[in-house]
Design a protein. Structure first.
Length: 368
């Protein structure tokens, strides 16, 4: 446990929703707030904000215990459990406790179902921290925007203009299939980085550091299907990005989301669709059409003596109306493919869905 630094921990899970995989229930938020407030008074955490992205419940917490802290992880786990028992199950919400894959807590929620992004850092004189939360997609969805923020001078003017950014950033990449990681230094190794992270189903960005070592971003990397060996919903990732003063400006961090790039997820976790940036308000922050389209909400804070000042609703801005319109047009276009690739994901991705059961039945009917 380190005392000077602050840690931002975003821990999330889908513990049930309504109707179907649409959105969380207000009672889930209420119970979460009550339990986290109690933990704050007990000194486990310094501050928290409870929100959601579609059907995923999100705990944004600050504390002084460092990353992978047992007490903080247990707090999140126990809270998700209690919400499942006290709210999701009695109301028969859909997929009650869906993401709680393990029987009992074993020290760290990683690998147990919930998604985690954590970043420990020395608080600057002023420290803007942006939290992105997505629904109906997977961790690889962050690859493109994170690359553009920290590696692409056509997005981030500061990489050229600001001497503090000019030396670039190092990306830590996790190979989710082999459970091994690699660090790639940009701009020197930009093409190597893109050679990996273009395969967004396998190589996902987990951390980003400025080349002098300053922690800049963290993303969740869990692949539920690889943990469970079967389809259990997508992993609906979260990510934390620090901004300004030697890091990309807030507007540079938000800019890549103006392009609704195609991500895997959507209906039954089996389709490609555009990532639509939406407001945190109830009207936009729930999935409808074909259980989607995949969406991302953004919450902007200032971290001040480990307290969360905010949030600002980052995509609740008319500047993103056109992005949403383009995403709707892409939605029309993609949907017209029905069950055909590339709208429906390829066989490798479909391995963890129920499609193999259907194909199994046809096996004996093939003739040479
Ligand atoms: P900082 O150097 O404080 O990040 O300011 C840059 C800026 O104003 C970007 O619009
Ligand atoms: P979630 O992963 O958000 O629970 O969605 C699952 C699904 O099957 C949507 O159609
Ligand atoms: Mg769900
Ligand atoms: Mg979800």
């Amino acid at each position: 446990m380190s005392s000077q630094k602050v840690t931002v921990s975003v821990i999330k899970a889908d513990v049930g929703s309504y109707p179907g995989h649409g959105t969380v229930h207000p009672q889930q938020i209420e119970v979460a707030k009550t339990l986290l407030e109690k933990a704050r008074k007990d000194g486990a955490i310094v501050d928290f904000f409870v929100t959601h992205a579609g059907d995923d419940l999100e705990f944004i917490m600050t504390h002084r215990r460092g990353e992978n802290d047992k007490r903080v992880h247990q707090l999140a786990w126990d809270t998700f459990k209690e919400i499942t028992d006290k709210v999701s199950k009695p109301l028969k919400l859909y997929g009650a406790g869906q993401d709680l894959l393990a029987e009992a807590f074993s020290g760290n929620v990683k690998g147990m179902g919930p998604g985690v992004a954590e970043l420990e850092f020395e608080e600057r004189r002023s420290d803007p921290v942006l939290v992105f939360m997505a629904d109906k997609t997977e961790p690889g969805a962050w690859n493109l925007p994170l690359f553009r923020i920290f590696g692409d001078p056509f997005n981030t003017a500061g990489l050229i203009i600001d001497p503090a950014l000019h030396d670039g950033f190092t990306f830590e990449i996790l190979d989710v299939m082999e459970d091994q990681s690699i660090k790639i230094k940009c701009p020197d190794e930009t093409y190597d980085l893109l050679a990996l992270i273009g395969t967004s189903s396998r190589y996902v960005i987990s951390k980003i550091y400025r080349n002098d070592g300053m922690p800049a971003a963290a993303a969740s990397t869990s692949r539920l299907s690889l943990i469970a060996g079967r389809y259990v919903g997508k992993d609906d990732p979260v990510c934390i990005v620090r901004a300004q003063h030697g890091l990309p400006a807030v507007g540079e961090v938000l800019e890549p989301f103006a392009f609704p790039h195609l991500v895997a997820g959507w209906m039954r976790g089996s389709h490609l669709g555009p990532l639509m940036p939406v407001s945190m308000n109830d009207v936009q922050n729930r999935v409808t059409r074909f259980d989607g389209p995949p969406r991302v909400v953004g919450a902007g804070f200032q971290v001040s003596d480990a307290k969360l000042i905010g949030p600002a609703d980052l995509f609740g801005d008319p500047a993103y109306d056109r992005t949403r319109q383009v995403a709707n047009e892409i939605t029309d276009y993609m949907r017209r493919h029905g069950p055909f690739m590339p709208h429906r994901l390829g066989p490798e991705e479909m391995e963890y869905t129920t499609l193999p059961e259907v194909l199994e039945k046809l096996k004996t009917r093939f003739k040479k």
